[in-house]
Design a protein around this ligand. Structure first.
Ligand SMILES: [Zn+2]
Length: 323
């Protein structure tokens, strides 16, 4: 199971790849049959592997002793599945051939009218009399509004894809290089570790207060017993009132501790996510220039959410929310 999550979340393998990888490794399911995509897909979204039990509609909190997959890997895997299914839908909506040739299919828009730009070829390919091939075809992004309904758009009708793609690649390369050079130690210290330390100090103080509250409760209880036997200077009524007050106080301390623990977990998770994401970006920065177009496109899609173009190849880039 860990292997499957690792392949999916860290090695960027799809369910199909994982299935054939497992078969190659001679790893089979409980019945001794080979794994199929559907099973792997179901396994990847089954919260049981986080130690969560389901009964009908309700689910439990994670039981750590049942846990096989840590939350980071699990949720990263869920995100990837989501991204891939959006990507797949997009690929089906457009032509695969276009996707293979143009970097920005699906995320490039006309700045003038807001329409998503389509991809097409222009130029000619023909065979000369001497048998050599004359190929001057090139890819373009086109605004159908401008092409077909001139009243809807006053922008440019087509853009050479390679020219825009090159600018966006340059832009992404710059971002990746900047990320690579970030003073990570300093950022993590400033944004996370100092806050985590502060919360942990508050937690220690709250814990001391909780111990004290519990001690107070115990002595009040002992005093109450004495009072019932007539051995205390205080009446049972007085003591009951004090007891109720002390319980309220303890509940308050417990409540604030609960909140502090939640904040602490949240900050630590954020820190881990941030570090993982940073590592991912650094890994991409290293391969970006030499990787194949589809990988490059995947990286660009993680970093850029939309590209807008207008007359004269003016380009405006919207980043993904988490960059
Ligand atoms: Zn337009």
């Amino acid at each position: 199971m860990k292997l499957i999550f690792d392949c999916h979340a860290n090695k960027d393998m799809g369910t199909q790849n994982i299935a054939s990888f497992l078969t190659k490794k001679n790893i089979h399911n409980r019945k001794g049959e080979r794994f199929v995509c559907g099973t792997i897909r179901n396994m990847l979204k089954n919260p049981m592997y986080r130690g969560i039990l389901r009964s009908g509609e309700s689910t439990s909190k994670p039981f750590e002793h049942l846990r096989i997959i840590d939350d980071n890997a699990f949720f990263r895997s869920q995100d990837l599945t989501h991204q891939r299914s959006t990507q797949t839908a997009m690929n089906h909506a457009t032509n695969k051939r276009y996707v293979a040739n143009c970097l920005l299919t699906g995320i490039i828009y006309c700045e003038n009218c807001g329409a998503r730009l389509a991809t097409s070829t222009a130029g000619q390919k023909r065979v000369r009399k001497d048998g050599t091939v004359y190929d001057r075809r090139y890819w373009r992004y086109i605004c159908y509004n401008r092409m077909r309904h001139k009243e809807k758009c006053n922008g440019q009708s087509s853009y050479t894809a390679s020219r825009i793609d090159a600018s966006v690649v340059e832009f992404v390369r710059n971002i990746l290089n900047q990320v690579k050079d970030l003073p990570m130690k300093h950022i993590i210290e400033r944004h996370y570790e100092s806050n985590i330390k502060e919360i942990e100090t508050k937690l220690r103080i709250a814990n001391t207060a909780l111990v004290k509250s519990n001690n107070d409760l115990n002595s009040l209880q002992a005093e109450l017993l004495k009072s019932i036997k007539g051995e205390s200077v205080m009446s049972p009524n007085q003591l009951e009132m004090l007891f109720a007050k002390a319980i309220k106080k303890r509940d308050k301390v417990q409540e604030s501790m609960k909140q502090l623990v939640e904040i602490n977990t949240y900050l630590k998770n954020q820190k881990n996510e941030f570090m993982q994401y940073h590592n991912q970006l650094v890994a991409w920065a290293e391969v970006f220039d030499d990787c194949k177009l589809d990988v490059k496109k995947g990286i660009v899609l993680h970093i850029v959410s939309k590209v807008f173009v207008s007359s004269g190849y003016e380009i405006r880039i919207e980043l993904s929310p988490f960059v």
